[in-house]
Design a protein around this ligand. Structure first.
Ligand code: SIN
Length: 474
């Protein structure tokens, strides 16, 4: 490996006081020890970030853009190292890690370019000799808390627009995947991003989020994670009236109508459901199949699912890695147990994998209904439950019957239905005849309890800019 991750002062090969052990979820072996930053150290980092931000914001946009572009090029240059680090600490298979590094890099490239087009406005005044001018300015020092399921791309989706806009970012990575975050920090510095402008920390989550939420230096907090934690951060941030972006949980429905192309639907389900072993906020969580296609779909999906190869993501040919930890396995197990006790049947999988550890068999459940936990909660694991429905109205009603509204999907070849259903689904994102919707160009985010704000796209930059209005009497 060319990237020496152990050169980062927060990472050690040996156990140390105030460092925690980081384990590989595939082998359960310790791979590194990570520093736990305390409250005082974090407050000091925020102050230094504030000084660095003032200087950075005064740089020409072209300079900020060029440095970010250099960072993008370095991510590509170190793609293989970054992918291996990700698989080691997160478990996803190497091909998916490589894909995620490209996805992470795409946000850096996108925002290095988008910032060049950001501009204010000159408004027409009602008075003579008056100019009304709108400026866009960086918010200031931002904080971010990122999840373990996408250890690199959820970082760049936040830090790239922040830095492009002239903000600083202090970021707490997931405790399970700190190496990917520190590796990006090392590359950012190599690209010329000032040392205190983008800093990564780990440690006590409660203490760190308290500092972020209450600090008057931190002007914005961006969080990706569970709705439960997001609500707590929302409440804590009220005290300092902080600007928030929250990308929270989902409970994505995926509807297959009788008139769908079944091959396309199966491909979409496999991609959406089993990406990252089902540990994705936008994973199909509830699959609704219309009665005319239900039997055939279940039969063919069972075959596909049973052909998935489970194992250590570092091994050739494996396409399902381990789950992140024992808690994640337990949730899948609980959902299956609950569904079986209420009448569901297993068509494929259904138990812990013979490999042991954090491995679970990709599972297909049929005869599923709304009384089961799988209908109400995000499983966040390799479990595909199939519900049967009769009419379009019924499918829409059942798909919308949740407090979440992140992603949704449906499959139909009827173009009129495509518009009708897309408009009726109460979700921030809708995939039509596809199970993969994420990219840097499109706005990622949800409605209802799935969050606030949008990431990526031309809309994502606005989350890091404030509007200032100048009223100029001539
Ligand atoms: C997530 O699971 O939070 C992000 C997934 C994506 O960007 O596609």
């Amino acid at each position: 490996m060319r990237l020496d991750i152990f050169s980062h002062p927060h990472i050690s090969k040996e156990p140390k006081e105030n460092y925690y052990a980081l384990n590989n979820p595939a082998t359960l072996q310790t791979i590194a020890y990570i520093k736990k930053t305390n409250k005082e150290e974090l407050e000091e980092m925020c102050k230094r970030a504030s000084l660095a931000q003032t200087k950075w914001a005064s740089e020409l946009v072209e300079k900020r853009s060029d440095i970010l572009y250099k960072f993008y090029e370095l991510i590509l240059e170190y793609k293989e190292d970054l992918a291996q680090i990700m698989t080691l600490e997160q478990g996803k298979v190497l091909a998916e890690s490589r894909g995620e590094i490209l996805y992470a890099a795409s946000f850096v490239k996108w925002f290095s370019q988008i910032i060049r087009g950001v501009c204010g406005d000159v408004l027409l005044s009602k008075k003579e000799n008056e100019n009304l001018i709108v400026l866009k300015e960086p918010i200031g020092v931002c904080a971010a808390i990122t999840p373990w399921n996408f250890p690199s791309s959820m970082i760049t989706r936040k830090m790239a627009p922040a830095l492009a806009s002239g903000c600083a970012m202090v970021l707490k990575s997931a405790s399970q995947t700190p190496l990917s975050a520190y590796a990006l920090e090392l590359l950012a510095q190599k690209a010329g991003i000032p040392k205190d402008l983008f800093v990564v920390v780990n440690g006590n989550a409660e203490e760190i989020s308290d500092v972020f939420a209450k600090s008057s230096i931190i002007r914005k907090l961006s969080f990706t994670g569970s709705t439960e934690i997001g609500k707590k951060l929302y409440a804590k941030s009220a005290e300092s009236v902080k600007k928030l972006s929250l990308e929270l949980g989902g409970n994505a429905p995926l509807i297959v109508f009788n008139d769908a192309d079944i091959e396309v639907a199966i491909e979409g389900i496999m991609a959406s459901k089993f990406r990252n072993s089902g540990q994705t906020c936008v994973c199909a969580n509830r699959i609704y199949a219309q009665s005319g296609i239900y039997e055939e779909l279940c039969k063919r999906l069972a075959l596909k699912i049973s052909s998935l190869k489970v194992g250590n993501g570092m091994e050739e040919g494996v396409n399902q890695g381990p789950l992140i930890d024992e808690k994640a396995l337990k949730k899948v197990e609980d959902h299956i147990e609950d569904a079986l006790s209420k009448g569901a049947k297993v068509l494929s999988g259904g138990k812990r994998h013979s490999l042991g550890g954090n491995f679970y068999e990709p599972t297909l459940l049929v005869d599923v209904n709304e009384k089961m936990l799988v209908a109400k909660e995000e499983t966040f694991g390799p479990l595909a439950p199939i519900f049967k429905f009769e009419s379009e109205e019924e499918a829409i009603e059942r798909a919308n019957n949740t407090e979440f509204g992140l992603a949704s999907y449906f499959f139909t070849q009827d173009y009129k239905r495509q518009w009708r259903v897309a408009r009726a689904l109460e979700y921030g994102m809708v995939g039509i005849n596809t199970g993969i919707i994420s990219n840097e160009v499109a706005p990622f985010g949800g409605v209802k309890q799935s969050g606030l704000g949008r990431e990526g796209s031309k809309y994502g930059i606005e989350e890091y800019l404030e509007i200032k209005y100048l009223c100029m009497s001539l």
